[in-house]
Design a protein around this ligand. Structure first.
Ligand code: NAD
Ligand code: TYD
Length: 351
């Protein structure tokens, strides 16, 4: 089975590629990644020469390139490629609309063209049939919760940030291609991930690396916003199940009952590292800051038997240890040196 993974040099994509090469001997992976600031080939160090792996640097908005890749015989797509950071979307929404919306549309169009003879795949359809197009989305499309309740697949879409609005637009396009053209699309909506190789602009790796450098830890607003944390490996396993056994046309929420306030997370990190709470700095709140996310994962548990394996306490401790052990990785990310890895491998500069 030939699998196109887009955005495979990012945090979740690179964890997914490592995972699928390890668990699925029948799968070959093509990684298409533009290598934006968030793409880092060091995340895939050791995988480059794997016999079932290849990398192409390019943009999912480039229809000619995407068609060329599909002509190699792609059976399935997992679309991770995206601009993914809320704060950046507040500064400039353009790359979010371009990649997250238009890029997804290009992938859907090319998939339709290349899989024409294998379409339509109607209704929920039987599981485990290829081709299939997995659109990796986020719980942020549902907007913010009050103190009670959890997001189900039926919750209304009410995105708050340009990031989540662009992801919601892509979800709806993908589902519309299923409804209109019979394209076998499955949408997953996962809660906040953490784990190895996460870019240190997101809460957990930023706080760990700042604490390791005895730098201040910026907490937005009152620090009482709640996120539903899931270890990236649990997300990868959920995606594998959806890819092989999910039903086309369906949405699956993914989340691990891991609700914590930001302050609880930051304090736990400081404790694990033996650093003082005086490093915490309360800073201005993020505009439009969602108060709480919480996922009801009962559909994916019921249909596909998925359950998270990591508790937050154990997963966070392992993640803190990973950043402690892999200081050169994040120091090169923070200094910008990680871009030279590509130059060394492919002779072309990213700077
Ligand atoms: P990331 O920012 O770490 O990685 C994104 C990757 O996409 C990078 O390698 C980047 O180079 C690549 N990319 C960006 N624009 C591209 C383009 N036009 N063409 C090709 N490649 C491009 O993101 P992540 O945290 O790994 O998230 C991956 C996906 O999962 C995203 O779609 C995100 O919305 C979704 N998601 C993330 C989380 C989370 O907590 N991180 C939670 C739920 C869903
Ligand atoms: P983030 O990791 O950016 O994920 P998202 O906004 O997509 O959920 O942020 C997680 C939470 O942490 C969110 O409530 C914002 C907050 N936060 C801080 O308090 N300080 C920071 O420096 C960052 C990056 C986030």
């Amino acid at each position: 089975m030939k699998l196109l993974v887009t955005g495979g040099a990012g945090f979740i994509g690179s964890n997914f590629i490592r995972y699928i090469l390890r668990t699925r001997p029948g799968v070959s992976v093509i990684n298409l990644d533009k290598l934006t600031y968030a793409g880092n080939l060091e995340n895939l160090a050791g995988v480059e020469n794997h016999p079932r792996y290849s990398f192409t640097r390019g943009d999912i908005c480039d229809r000619r390139l995407v068609s060329e890749i599909f002509s190699r015989g792609v059976d399935a797509v997992v679309n991770f490629a995206a601009e993914s950071h809320v704060d950046r979307s507040i500064m400039d929404a353009s790359p979010f609309v371009e990649t997250n919306v238009r890029g997804t549309q290009v992938l859907l169009d090319v998939a339709m063209e290349c899989w024409r003879e294998r379409l339509p795949v109607q209704g929920p359809g039987p599981a485990g049939r290829f081709p299939v197009f997995v659109q990796v989305s986020t719980d942020e499309v549902y907007g913010s919760l009050g103190p009670e309740g959890r997001f189900t697949e039926e919750s209304p879409l009410k995105p708050s940030s340009p990031y989540s609005a662009s992801k919601a637009a892509a979800d709806l396009l993908a589902l519309a291609y299923h409804r209109t053209h019979g394209l076998p699309v499955i949408v997953t909506r996962c809660s906040n991930n953490y784990g190895p190789y996460q870019f240190p602009e997101k809460l957990i790796p930023l706080m760990i690396t700042n604490a390791l450098e005895d730098q201040p830890l910026p907490v937005y607003g009152d620090g009482l916003n709640v996120r539903d944390w899931l270890h990236v490996e649990d997300h990868c396993r959920a995606l594998e199940l959806v890819l092989f056994r999910g039903r086309p046309g369906e949405v699956y929420n993914i989340g691990g009952h891991g609700e914590r306030t930001n302050l609880e997370v930051v304090r736990a990190i400081l404790k694990l590292l033996g650093r003082p709470e005086s490093l915490i700095r309360y800073v201005n709140d993020r505009p439009g800051h969602d108060r709480r996310y919480a996922i009801d994962p009962s559909k994916i548990t019921r249909e596909l038997g998925w359950r998270p394996r990591h508790t937050f306490e154990e997963g966070l401790a392992a993640t803190v240890e990973w950043y402690r052990q892999n200081r050169p990785w994040w120091e090169r990310v923070k200094s910008g040196e990680y871009k030279d890895y590509y130059t060394k491998m492919y002779g072309e500069s990213l700077r």
